[in-house]
Design a protein around this ligand. Structure first.
Ligand code: NAP
Length: 321
């Protein structure tokens, strides 16, 4: 436990958290960033861009940039301005008693928090959803994946499937055609949710096939994926398809469980901030990035809101401390 009261602790290290770290660092607030720890449940220091390949729409990179390279650059820039980054996960927060706030790392039952801070910036992002099948736990990392970028390489010349009908599913399927022999998109309806340009890209890719009105009901294989049981919702017929890889791209869940009962949330679990601002219901606690954004969900909008959170935190500290 540290007796020091920090000006700012930032929880999360995606584009939102690290932009907040750059700005609060440059304001001489010596931010501490709890950047998280990698885990099988989807925790990812650096955020979701660590799981992507090429980012073509982040301004300033006319030829594109690899997601992990971009996040490394964010990180270096934050450190340059005095941010301290720790590769640990916050296990508990106490925000309701007001500033200074308590943040625990490790054992959440200890009386004293690990860190105390006048301001907290929440930037815990969102994580990939899974199908909820019992076989997922057994086969994740063994042919079952939520990250094409991480695992696509292992499926060279294989026949694999992607679940979902949104931009993520189409993006992942298109990326996977670099490796796989065929990629079958399994979608529960007969129309895609993905944007027109992404749809056109998929429809014109000769390696991509579609199973419409279909859902995955089981994954076959003890130690690796050997087949995927799929139900045709129109006929009710279930059939095992000989796919050796299954990628799931069905959306995301905000990482907000740490703040349950303390920070206001919308019905879908995303943090509620004052409209057009990053302020939460607790003065001195700000939220930025995907944890409070279920609409844009882009790296650049997360970075923009990280900047906003830092400026709001700075002004709040000036006014109250
Ligand atoms: P999304 O748009 O919410 O799409 C999720 C897809 O998964 C939907 O097609 C949904 O089916 C399906 N789905 C959800 N739960 C399912 C379940 N339990 N079983 C089977 N299918 C299920 O999520 P996303 O594709 O991750 O995209 C999220 C946001 O990021 C979007 O705003 C998207 O535009 C953006 N994005 C943009 C890009 C890009 O521009 N390059 C790339 C990725 C994501 P239904 O259609 O039937 O609901």
């Amino acid at each position: 436990m540290s007796s020091e009261i920090r000006d700012v602790v930032i929880i999360g290290s995606g584009p939102g958290g690290l932009t907040a770290a750059i700005y609060t660092g440059r304001a001489n607030l010596r931010p501490l960033v709890l950047e998280g720890e990698p885990s099988s449940t989807g925790d990812q220091p650096g955020g979701q861009l660590m799981l992507t390949t090429e980012v073509e729409n982040f301004p300033g990179f006319p030829s594109g940039v690899m997601g992990p390279d971009l996040m490394l650059a964010f990180r270096e820039q934050a450190v340059r301005f005095g941010a301290e980054l720790q590769t640990v996960k916050a296990s508990r927060v106490e925000l309701t008693q007001g500033s200074p706030f308590g943040i625990w790392v490790g054992d959440p039952t200890t009386e004293e928090p690990t860190h105390r801070a006048r301001c907290v910036i929440v930037a815990t992002g969102a994580e990939a959803l899974m199908l909820g099948l019992p076989a997922e736990d057994r086969l994740i990392g063994h042919g079952y994946s939520t990250c094409a970028t991480c695992d696509g390489f292992f499926f060279r010349d294989q026949d694999i499937a992607v679940v979902g009908g949104g931009d993520s599913a189409i993006e992942e399927a298109t990326f996977l055609t670099r490796f796989a022999r065929t990629v079958t998109i399994v979608h529960r309806r007969d129309t895609l949710r993905a944007s027109k340009i992404m749809q056109d890209r998929a429809f014109s890719n000769e390696k991509i096939r579609f199973l419409w009105n279909s859902v995955v009901t089981d994954i076959v294989g003890e130690s690796k994926v050997e087949g995927v049981e799929i139900e045709d919702l129109t006929s009710g017929v279930r059939q095992v398809h000989p796919f050796t890889g299954l990628f799931v791209a069905i959306g995301h869940r905000p990482n907000t469980s740490l703040f349950a009962g303390q920070l206001d949330m919308r019905a879908n679990g995303y943090l509620q901030t004052v409209p057009g601002r990053t302020a939460t219901n607790i003065p001195g606690v700000f939220a930025c990035g995907d944890v409070q954004d279920d609409y844009y969900r882009q790296a650049i909008t997360a970075a923009g809101s990280g900047c906003a959170a830092a400026i709001e935190a700075e002004r709040w500290l000036e006014g109250t401390h």
